[in-house]
Design a protein. Sequence first.
Length: 349
Amino acid sequence: MGGLLSYSGITTKVRAMESHLITDRQFGEMSTLESVSDAVEYLRRLPAYGMIFSNLEGVELHRGAIEQRLILSQYQDFAKLYRFANLSQRKFLDLYFMHYEIDILKKCFRNALGHQKPEIDLSVFQDFFEKHSKLDLIRLSSSGSVQEFISNLDGSIYYDLLTHLDDVEHPSLFDYEIHLDLLYFKTIWKVKGKYLSRKEQKLLTDCFGSKLDLLNIQWIYRSKKYYNLQPADIYALLIPIEFHLKKEQITKLVEAGTLDEFFHALQTTYYGRLENMDSSDNTELEMLAEEVLGKIYSATSRKNPYSIATLNSYLYFKEEEIQKIITVIESIRYGVSPDEILSYVVKNQ
């Protein structure tokens, strides 16, 4: 009864917002469009993106401009939920917001490392960030080097972590990004117990625990396929949290001598035994992981509609939708066929 009373209002709000998420049928329609302008016009006619893509006269529709507006849509949805949330729900949203901070930091890092002008004007997000964050986006986005960028983080929780990493000889973008991810997941795992009830902790553990496991699986896979890293180096990259993936199973995955051995070891894990986690086609690992996570987030929200799972699930699927939109638009830009585009964004194609 407590959950019903606490969450009835915000659950109703989320359900209304969910009704505006793009359907598989609509993604199918988008995939057949002939130009980026057509795709943006299609989005402009949808309730969730109408205002975001209004007043486009004279705007060059490059990837950065489109991505900027899509990210702004994501932030606006977060802000709507935050205004509607009670105190305990806001504590969860404050914790979730760290994910947005790190995503922006990664974008700034790529620019600073490459001495490039930002594709996205982060000043557009400044008002939103001022309400939830201590980061100065304008200073960060104007950083001309990694050293200046890290200096501009002074006073934040990221400064000590990245200052220490800067002492490493020739740290790469991968080094910076993975340490930011590790900080985020460790923080979420540690702090969630301070603000949430036992039931809510269990719901988030189901989602975040599975996400951590699947990220570790993907990082091990990428380390072997693309970077040819030694086991000792792979262990250093992993999130030191275990959920369904047990320590001895992680060892078998890391120590596998070939990708065939890796997938054989994967089949013995909780995830490898899932019906929809058929790893016979090695190239589909990341899509399979997304499908597993999608089902977990959907199930926790469906089974516990008057709980933190409703907020957590909506924010997850909104972010997934934005990534799909970017994929569709960039595929249209480069002349990919409709069937191939649809295979990227709609499961079981």
